[in-house]
Design a protein around this ligand. Sequence first.
Ligand code: G3P
Ligand code: CA
Length: 238
Amino acid sequence: MFESIIIVVAHRGFSAIYPENTVLSFRKAIELGVDFIELDVRQTKDNEIIVLHDEKIDRTTDGSGFVKEMTYKEIQRYDAGRWKGYSGEKIPHLKEVFEAMDSNTRILIEIKQCDTEKLIKVIDDCNFRDRVFVGSFNLEYVKQIRNISPEIVTSLISSSIPENLIDLIASGIRKIDINFNYLTKISVKNLLSRGFIINGWTPDTEEDIIRTIQTGAQFITTNRPDILKKILSKNEEG
Ligand code: G3P
Ligand code: CA
């Protein structure tokens, strides 16, 4: 049994089963009742903001090439679901994901590569400013978002416990998304006591998810939101 309230974040949607970063994957995560979906954004050659993890489309589509060297229209030619057994999905424009959302679920946007002004424009065009968090491994991007839209919650994404805590505090960055393998009760307590919100990514087995919950992390990003939701309901039943 544990007392903590956990915010469930579906990593690239329900990506253990469905093709990552597609509308199908996000819909399936929403059906599970997750709190957030997580997605990655990149910018095409013609300056459209699309949802894709890798810098190339090769791994997750039947096409090939670098996103930044392709137009949005070119990218739309390729299937982004067949590799996972769900043909017919496309690499979505960020706007399409906003349009597919229900009214409750929020979105954790990870900037992989894009113009931050352009990203904020898409968010504003869809009136999603109060439904998104924005994070990145690249601190410069996070600082730019803070400057453009200080009301948006931002996070530094990090593979381990970051050392530049003072810089983060001074920049108004209050959330840190950390590889779950680096989280312990002691490290989380230390970060909580400095005023940070802690988000562990991406435990996917029951054992790893429970271990991450026990560290005190408040947000958990996982490819198996189904397993995390089951653990949480069992806990509530007592
Ligand atoms: O939420 C953090 C996580 O998404 C970072 O890793 O490589 O899956 O984008 P990656
Ligand atoms: Ca990501």
